[in-house]
Ligand binder design. Structure first.
Ligand code: GMT
Length: 377
């Protein structure tokens, strides 16, 4: 199959999943064409099965806002025509599903019928898409997609509650390459982060308000008061500065490392003992799954799709939003007993293995078949 993938190529769960999906589909023998404004961050190698088409927007001074959707839909038309694509798979509804639909209609005018699959990732529904400025366009583009998938049952329910959706939504969870996360660290790599006697606690996100970064620091502060530990913060975002200020005010700056964006998350996770994800909203929590695949137990909130990923008392613990006391107590209960820590690490990996790439990618292939049948019957 010749598949066009549209996604956000930056650091962020939806772009990571879209890229990993493209790579897995290429391994399964499909031709994959990424159509984005920048080469996706985890797309290191381009092979004869993987192609990248850059969407560029000519800057014109008349426009206060450059029309990205227009450039994207035109690029989609060109790529579909030139490379005879069979199907478009757009990740994140805004504005990708909208631009994809426009491309579909333009192609219809010249006799080309192409199905469009839209995958909803979370913030496109629960935060941004729900805003009255976007809602009519998001509802329209969801309803005009041939097949819609959501990354969790919880996100499906949110979508049905928040939008007047007529299209059926298939749940296809996010997935993980267990092999890639089966790495052992060298002592010198770990030693760059913490002393041998210190536990390493990690948080990875885009440091936006929805991630409740203050709670990460509060939980860590309570942990470090009881046991020697370091906190590694991975990612960039608007909450970084307030977080840096908070650790200064608490006098724990030497125990918290802000690493910025990293394409070595799997390495960092390989020597991490505990992962904290206290988000306000999380449609799935790919960062939690990545941690679990690396054998790292997760302390998270019980919001959105997180209970579908992190099993309470098995791969970690789930808490109400803002329950920093409870999160710290469970973190300490895991870390303070070597046997328990080992057990949670093993169980975290076991739970993660339910989301292996090899099990989930065929679900997308089945979705593609369904979309093709719908359009060409
Ligand atoms: O978490 C973010 O803010 C980034 C966002 C994205 O689109 O990249 O993540 C969303 O999609 C991920 C991949 O499907 C999910 O794992 C995240 O839970 C989801 N984020 C939210 O729902 C807040």
């Amino acid at each position: 199959m010749k598949i066009g993938i549209v996604c956000y190529p930056t650091f962020g769960g939806s772009g990571v999943i879209a890229t990993e999906l493209g790579l897995a589909l290429a391994e399964n023998g499909h031709q994959v064409h990424f159509i984005t404004y920048k080469q996706p961050v985890r797309l290191e190698l381009l092979s004869h099965h993987i192609h990248f088409h850059e969407v560029s927007i000519p800057q014109y001074p008349l426009f206060q806002y450059q029309p990205y959707e227009l450039a994207l839909s035109s690029k989609l038309v060109t790529v579909v025509k030139e490379h005879r694509l069979d199907l478009l798979h757009v990740h994140y509804a805004i504005p990708h599903a909208y631009a994809g639909y426009m491309a579909k209609k333009m192609l219809e005018e010249i006799g080309i019928k192409i199905p469009m699959v839209t995958t909803l990732h979370g913030t496109d529904i629960t935060l941004v898409g729900n805003h009255p400025f976007y809602k009519p366009a998001v509802t329209f583009s969801i309803n005009k997609s041939d097949v819609v998938t959501s990354v969790s049952q919880s996100l499906k329910e949110d979508t049905l509650r928040l939008f007047d959706v007529k299209t059926e939504i298939d749940v296809v969870p996010n997935f993980i390459d267990m092999q890639k996360h089966n790495i052992t660290y060298t002592d010198c790599q770990r030693a760059m982060m913490a002393d041998e006697a210190e536990f390493i606690i990690t948080h990875v996100s885009n440091l936006r308000p929805v991630k409740r970064i203050r709670d990460v620091i509060e939980v860590f502060d309570k942990i470090q008061k009881k046991i020697p530990s370091k906190l590694i913060m991975v990612g960039e975002g608007p909450e970084k500065e307030p977080a840096e200020q908070l650790v200064l005010n608490k006098g724990i700056a030497e125990k918290v490392l802000f690493l910025g964006n990293s394409d070595e998350v799997d390495k960092i996770l390989s020597f991490t003992d505990l992962f904290i994800l206290p988000s306000e909203k999380e449609s799935f929590g790919l960062a939690a799954l990545e941690a679990m695949a690396s054998g790292v137990p997760v302390i998270s909130t019980n919001t959105g799709g997180l209970p579908e990923v992190n099993e309470h008392g098995v791969s970690g613990y789930l808490h109400d939003i803002g329950d920093v006391e409870g999160m710290a107590a469970h973190a300490l209960s895991i870390l303070s007993d070597a046997k328990r820590l080992e057990q949670f690490k093993r169980q975290a990996r076991e739970v993660a293995s339910k989301f292996q790439t090899q099990q989930i990618v065929p679900l997308y292939e089945a979705v593609y078949q369904k979309a093709l049948t719908m359009v060409h019957q």
